[in-house]
Ligand binder design. Structure first.
Ligand SMILES: Nc1ncnc2c1ncn2[C@@H]1O[C@H](COP(=O)(O)OP(=O)(O)OP(=O)(O)O)[C@@H](O)[C@H]1O
Length: 243
């Protein structure tokens, strides 16, 4: 039975038996997933395994599913590209789609939080790639989500900008304590940021590991190195791969 996304739940996400097919290809196959309030979850998996498909379903952008999908009503999403409307100033982009009159004060507060207090009035085309991505984070945060869905938000950024953006997301999460589901290809990024790392395999969550390391995390910490090796092995690219 196709049920789609329903709101008002205690958990930011509770998914049971989620199946999504495109033609005769089943991408998500009876997938189960719970995300707890305030939890930072990273989702990894080989290209084409269905990560974005799952995220789009949780964002209610795809309803062609079977299974039971319950997601917090307050949710927000940021994609790989910032998707700002070029004909609207940055602050108007941030509050676009919110009910009521555009609330500039709210937009400014969110932009200040991501370090863009000086970019309130400009057009999106003036922003650098990193700034545009931060504006898209501000647009997500202004919605005060219980669940923030991030689909490879850093992958188009250069290495340094990417590190800054990762740190910013870590700080925003500490401050807001919303649950986050971060889709990423980057094992190190997942282990630096998340409480819990998932790997998709055969249309389900094949690996589900808590990351119980102190923050800020140290990539040279033996526990970090061991977890990274385990994850790479699960992804089929490590020494002694699980494949
Ligand atoms: N609208 C669609 N129509 C047909 N096939 C689709 C559609 N959306 C996704 N797919 C297929 O579903 C599979 C999973 O795609 P998805 O984008 O979820 O993978 P992904 O794990 O996010 O990949 P990547 O890491 O490369 O972004 C792919 O084979 C893709 O071609």
């Amino acid at each position: 039975m196709a049920t789609g996304v329903s709101g008002s739940v205690v958990k930011p996400a509770a998914v049971r038996g989620l199946t999504r097919s495109f033609g005769d290809r089943t991408v998500l196959d009876e997938l189960d997933l719970d995300i707890e309030p305030g939890q930072f979850v990273a989702l990894l998996g080989p290209s084409g395994c269905g990560k974005s498909t799952l995220l789009r379903i949780l964002a209610d952008l795809d309803q062609e599913v079977s299974g039971d999908v319950r997601v917090a009503e307050r949710r927000a999403v940021a994609f790989q590209t910032p998707r700002l409307m070029p004909w609207k100033r940055v602050w108007r982009n941030v509050v676009l789609g919110l009910p009521g009159r555009p609330d500039k004060e709210r937009a400014v507060a969110a932009l200040e939080e991501v370090g863009l207090g000086h970019r309130v009035e400009v057009w999106p085309k003036v922003l650098s790639g990193g700034e545009a991505q931060r504006a898209s984070l501000a647009r997500a945060l202004v919605r005060e989500p219980d669940l923030l869905l991030l689909d490879e938000p850093f992958s188009a950024l250069d290495a340094l900008t990417r590190i800054r953006a990762q740190r910013l997301v870590g700080e925003l999460w500490r401050r807001h304590r919303c649950a986050i589901l971060l889709v990423t290809h980057d094992v190190e990024e997942a282990l630096l940021l998340a409480d819990r790392v998932l790997v998709m395999r055969d249309g389900r969550i094949g690996y589900d590991q808590e990351v119980d390391l102190d923050r800020p995390r140290d990539v040279t910490d033996p526990a970090f190195v061991a977890l990274r090796a385990e994850l790479l092995s699960w992804l089929g690219v490590g020494e002694g791969s699980a494949e």
